[in-house]
Design a protein around this ligand. Structure first.
Ligand SMILES: [Zn+2]
Length: 584
């Protein structure tokens, strides 16, 4: 009996535990949940960020590699999309489109990506002002592209991971088997990946999960040797939550650990854009930089002044920061941008002399700066000192021979010099300047137009002085520049007319009319030549008729006079015969 009771007791306990576990697993699933949901907003400011529509569009351009290998790389993307779609229980559908305005845009790159990113790929969220967003996924094609299975397993892992970010998993799992583990090697999503994805889809995009993200980031920071980007993410979460002070602390820390982390400076600047924050921020950084001579803090003070367009102070702090740490290229670039914007404002206000003296000062701090040389060129250009402008544009080109804007602006200055020469009547010199303009920029249409004008001007002068062949050479030059210049056709028509080559003259007048049927001068020219030709023909006919008449009349007169003489001489002959006979 006691055995049976004991067995009954045991089965009751087992049943109790069984029911308890069923109850817990059904009603408190999170206790058993095997996912990393709490970590998925770490890099998205502590909020769910996912596409709310379906299908999600994706643009997959052809990578710049040999044609026979392209398919392997595109197949890898399609493989990754298929994997995520298949575990989403219908939540995710993808549609490949050719437009660059897709939700997800793949970019094949040969350049190394930023250190914070996964080594072979990077997904970045780009927000529109309207509130929408799209995702850029850069994938590194390293070394020599190939079709080898090992390489493509690696690329598939990268794509699975980056597309995971793109569909809303903006954090990293701690389990190396998961696709969303940092530097994952997984080729298939795990059950944890699936559960995390499904849970993500039970939340609307924009749902705040700041506290989860903050807890996870703090925990990661405590065990990471290089936590600069984690401080940046944490600062961004605090900023999104509205904890500005904590955000500023974290972002400053990120910048101190990695002064090249421009995203942190940018995020800080966005916090300081809030009303009433500037003065507070300047006080904060002035105090900080007073306690600690930190180039990063000096640079931030510069940034604050910069955003208020107080360029003089901004330049002062940026230059100080750069002098303290020559590696702080961000401070140098910011100083140069401040010079550029300040000078641009001065030029816009017509204060070109002030702009020139400001930029000359800038050159002493940053000699060999392409931007300052170029801006000096622009200032002189605006002042119509084209020779000086060309000199500085050329200096900008010495620093950067591929600087297209400098080449175009040299062409414009050369053309302006050419235009001045046209106005002053120095047409030959104008041709030289405008030809040089085209050497700098073959598309400088103003220079082509001025060259036409100058050539036509010279052609007319030569025509006027009777140098017809010379004149034709200049008209021909115009037609080489612009085969549709009707004025040149008319000019050549005139030359042929003057030479008496009427057929050619008509041909050229007609060409002018083909381009512009309203040129009355060409119409009159053709009509006049035709009239003159007809008039000549009539004159010739009249001449021949007159000649024929003259010949006829002359012939008749001769004939008649011959007959008359014959009649007179016949009796005389008889008489002589007679007298002769008498004489005999
Ligand atoms: Zn990642």
């Amino acid at each position: 009996m006691s055995f049976i009771r004991a067995v009954k007791m045991k089965s009751k306990i087992i049943l109790f535990y069984l029911l308890l576990s069923i109850f817990i697993s059904v009603f408190i699933p999170d206790l058993f949940a095997d996912n990393y949901f709490n970590r998925i907003t770490m890099a998205s400011d502590g909020r769910i960020v996912r596409f709310s529509h379906s299908p999600v569009t994706i643009n997959i351009p052809s990578p710049n590699i040999p044609d026979d290998l392209k398919k392997y790389y595109i197949d890898d993307v399609e493989y990754a999309l298929e994997q995520w779609a298949s575990i989403s229980e219908g939540n995710l559908r993808f549609k490949r489109i050719d437009s660059e305005n897709a939700d997800i845009r793949i970019c094949w790159t040969e350049k190394m990506l930023s250190g914070e990113a996964d080594p072979l790929g990077e997904a970045s969220l780009v927000r529109f002002d309207s509130g929408g967003f799209y995702i850029n996924i850069s994938v590194l094609i390293k070394g020599i592209p190939s079709s080898s299975a090992t390489l493509h397993n690696e690329i598939r892992s990268v794509l699975l991971h980056e597309i995971g970010h793109a569909i809303g998993l903006w954090g990293h799992s701690k389990d190396p088997n998961d696709v969303m583990y940092f530097r994952s090697k997984a080729n298939y999503p795990t059950r944890r990946d699936k559960e995390t994805l499904l849970k993500l889809y039970s939340y609307a995009s924009g749902t705040p999960l700041h506290d989860f993200a903050i807890a996870e980031l703090k925990s990661d920071i405590s065990v990471t040797s290089d936590p600069s980007h984690l401080h940046f993410w944490l600062g961004s979460v605090y900023a999104d939550k509205g904890d500005d002070e904590l955000a500023i602390n974290e972002l400053n820390l990120a910048l101190k650990l990695d002064p090249t982390l421009l995203k942190a400076a940018d995020r800080l600047a966005r916090i300081f854009q809030k009303e009433g924050m500037y003065d507070k921020a300047i006080q904060y950084y002035s105090k900080a930089s007073g306690n600690e001579q930190s180039p990063v803090f000096l640079s931030m003070i510069g940034m604050l002044h910069f955003q208020q367009k107080k360029y003089d102070k901004a330049i002062l702090y940026f230059e100080k920061a750069y002098q303290m740490d020559n590696k702080l290229s961000a401070a140098k670039n910011n100083a140069l941008t401040a010079y550029h914007l300040w000078a641009t404002d001065l030029i816009k206000d017509g204060k070109t002399e002030s702009a020139i003296s400001l930029l000359s000062k800038g050159l002493t701090s940053f000699p060999l700066s392409r931007m300052i040389y170029y801006d000096l060129g622009t200032a002189y250009d605006n002042n119509k000192q084209y020779d000086k402008a060309i000199e500085y544009y050329k200096k900008a080109l010495e620093v950067d021979p591929s600087f297209l804007s400098a080449k175009r602006d040299i062409a414009t200055c050369m053309n302006n010099l050419g235009a001045e020469k046209i106005k002053s009547g120095n047409l030959q010199e104008s041709i030289e300047f405008c030809s040089q303009a085209l050497d700098w920029d073959a598309d400088c249409w103003q220079a082509k137009k001025n060259l036409e004008l100058a050539n036509i001007g010279i052609a007319r002068i030569r025509y006027g002085s009777g140098e017809l062949d010379d004149a034709k050479t200049y008209f021909d030059n115009v037609l080489k520049l612009n085969p549709n210049n009707s004025e040149a056709y008319v000019g050549i028509g005139d030359i042929y007319y003057k030479k008496g080559m009427y057929k050619d003259a008509i041909k050229y007048y007609q060409s002018a009319l083909d381009i512009d049927p309203n040129i009355q001068y060409a119409k009159d020219g053709i009509a006049f030549i035709k009239y003159q030709t007809n008039a000549n023909r009539i004159k010739l006919i009249i001449f021949f008729i007159a000649l024929s008449l003259f010949l006829c009349i002359t012939g008749m007169i001769i004939y008649r006079s011959f007959h008359h003489r014959k009649r007179i001489t016949q009796p005389n002959q008889i008489r002589s015969k007679y007298y002769g006979k008498d004489n005999v």
